[in-house]
Design a protein around this ligand. Structure first.
Ligand code: SF4
Length: 253
């Protein structure tokens, strides 16, 4: 089994951010090209503590959470609570964590919401700034010290993810993002859930195939893109905006 963390540690120290890291990611994608999602997960978690799993406990999150729990229940799971999530998501997070036996859940919250968005109105004037305040900056702070992180993103989810690979360089941070489910289709997700009898997020049955914050998520109609209910009628597909060296960087988180 390839050892992702060892691969990362083999990188020339000062040159981790840049072309060397990009080359290493290309090599990892080539090496794992024909491997399963579970193999990629095992590779990423072979040295747990340096790699975290980031989970929204959304519609399909339980797949990666289950894979992680089977491999190592102590894997750090970072859950960003924006304080604008559905109550169903908060309950689901607790139920799933308990049922899967995940023992290292870390709930991440911004510590400056009271100061910068006391009435929760920022989303009306600037959704990117709201996502940055409530999601991306707290997540980036929480990821400090990790070599990489695991996401549940998949190619089929939207146009911006159509070329997603197992491994990618995270812009401006020197970390690797791991996407074990990048090549999965919706039926793969459903099959895994069925085979392992995993609990569904309760909002899926109510027409929410993709679930984020309550004010920015709406049900989708049959035939619509699964993510059509996220920031509906806005020119926005991802929440991943953060500041690196004074610039806004889109990460697709
Ligand atoms: S999804 Fe909406 S409410 Fe949640 S952080 Fe982004 S803009 Fe704010």
């Amino acid at each position: 089994m390839a050892r992702l963390v060892q691969d990362i540690q083999d990188l020339p120290g000062a040159a981790r951010v840049g072309e060397d890291l990009a080359e290493k990611v290309r090599a990892l994608n080539t090496r794992f090209k024909h491997h399963s999602a579970t193999s990629v997960m095992e590779g990423a978690l072979s040295d747990a503590g340096n790699v975290a799993l980031v989970s929204s406990f959304g519609a399909e999150s339980v797949v990666l959470l289950h894979m992680a729990a089977v491999i190592d229940p102590m894997v750090p799971v970072l859950f960003v609570d924006t304080e604008l999530l559905f109550t169903e998501t908060l309950v689901y997070q607790q139920e799933v964590s308990e049922r899967l036996g995940l023992r290292n859940i870390r709930v991440i919250k911004a510590d400056d919401i009271a100061e910068k968005d006391p009435y929760g109105a920022l989303r009306f004037s600037d959704t990117d700034a709201c996502c940055s305040l409530r999601k991306t900056i707290p997540l980036q702070k929480a990821l400090a010290g990790y070599e990489g992180w695991i996401t549940g993103r998949k190619r089929f989810q939207s146009g911006t993810r159509a070329a997603l690979d197992f491994f990618e360089v995270e812009d401006g941070t020197g970390r690797i993002k791991v996407n074990p489910l990048a090549h999965w289709a919706p039926e793969d997700v459903r099959a895994y859930m069925d085979e392992n009898r995993l609990p569904r997020h309760p909002l899926v049955a109510k027409g929410y195939p993709s679930i984020g914050c309550a004010p920015c998520t709406s049900p989708v109609k049959e035939g619509e893109d699964p993510r059509a209910g996220r920031w509906r009628n806005q020119n926005k597909e991802e929440c991943g905006i953060h500041v690196v060296d004074g610039k806004f960087i889109r990460t697709g988180a």
